[in-house]
Design a binder for this molecule. Structure first.
Ligand SMILES: [Zn+2]
Length: 303
């Protein structure tokens, strides 16, 4: 009998402990909830601590998320860049929403009116610069031709390595040239890549980066090309580090990790936008441009 009584007391005590514990937890949750309601900054401060600090060069958020972004070019950008990234809203499910004004793809874009795609009147007429125009500029601005790839490695005081970055991709199939440019040409390439992204963002077209298909040709590359194709010019501007080709029918789709696919964009639309960007760069006196029909690219020499 005594044992039974003892057992009953123990069970009652356990139940009481459980009840008290649940009540205490409920009170604690209520107190925390009230604190959060009264001082919302408490929760925000915790979240902000997870955002890494900007390292002086803020990048477009959707682009920064690209898995292809390997390394930024070492040269400074010629464009003003914002010095800090504002806290970003959550990634939205619909890719088009990434271009919502609140989403800081490029913070200073004006979304107050619809930006149309105009393209240019004629590719041939707008990008007519022939070899006779390109070559003197390449000779005047460029470096002494590079014998081969080994020598290119020793010429880094004159030439910059241009690898994949946020603003452009180097064609992985590029075999007849190596990704080196003089600093001014590298800056021009970055300028074009950045303007292209800005234009896509403001026109609410899913982001793509340009693909560079040809850069610096060494003397060995030129000789090999001449063996393959007798018409390949020995006077190629690509020997001086001033000249690069940008494809107009292939683009690299920028897709943040975890996002399933993007709205298909007709390459024509991307070509129209790219032609607007190039027309402006040429009009600003930054470069000479030839529309290459057979190679499917714009051949560009820095001025
Ligand atoms: Zn070219």
């Amino acid at each position: 009998m005594l044992l039974l009584r003892h057992k009953l007391t123990e069970v009652a005590f356990r139940r009481l402990k459980k009840k008290v514990f649940v009540q205490l937890m409920a009170i604690l949750v209520m107190v925390l909830f009230i604190i959060r309601l009264l001082f919302p900054a408490v929760a925000q401060r915790g979240e902000a601590a997870c955002v890494p600090e900007a390292d002086g060069q803020a990048q477009p958020a959707a682009v920064a998320a690209s898995p292809e972004a390997v390394a930024a070019s070492p040269e400074p950008s010629d464009d003003p860049v914002p010095s800090a990234v504002s806290p970003q809203p959550e990634l939205r499910q619909n890719p088009r929403d990434h271009f919502h004004p609140e989403y800081p793809v490029v913070p200073d874009l004006d979304f107050s009116f619809k930006h149309r795609i105009f393209s240019v009147s004629s590719y041939r007429d707008c990008f007519p610069d022939v070899q006779d125009v390109h070559y003197p500029a390449a000779r005047a601005n460029g470096v002494r031709p590079v014998a081969n790839r080994r020598e290119a490695e020793t010429r880094k005081s004159e030439l910059l390595y241009v690898g994949n970055n946020l603003y452009y991709a180097i064609d992985p199939a590029m075999r007849s040239s190596i990704p080196y440019l003089i600093p001014r040409a590298s800056q021009l390439l970055q300028h074009i890549g950045r303007r292209f992204l800005d234009s896509l963002a403001v026109k609410q077209i899913p982001l793509h980066t340009i693909i560079v298909t040809s850069v610096l040709r060494t003397e060995e590359d030129v000789a090999r090309l001449r063996r393959i194709n007798g018409n390949a010019s020995e006077q190629s501007c690509h020997r001086f580090g001033t000249t690069f080709d940008i494809s107009y029918n292939r683009y690299h789709t920028v897709c943040p990790p975890g996002e399933a696919g993007r709205r298909a964009v007709r390459n024509d639309s991307l070509k129209f936008v790219l032609s607007e960007v190039l027309r402006d760069a040429r009009a600003e006196g930054r470069c000479f441009i030839k529309y290459e029909v057979k190679q499917g690219c714009f051949h560009i020499t820095v001025r």
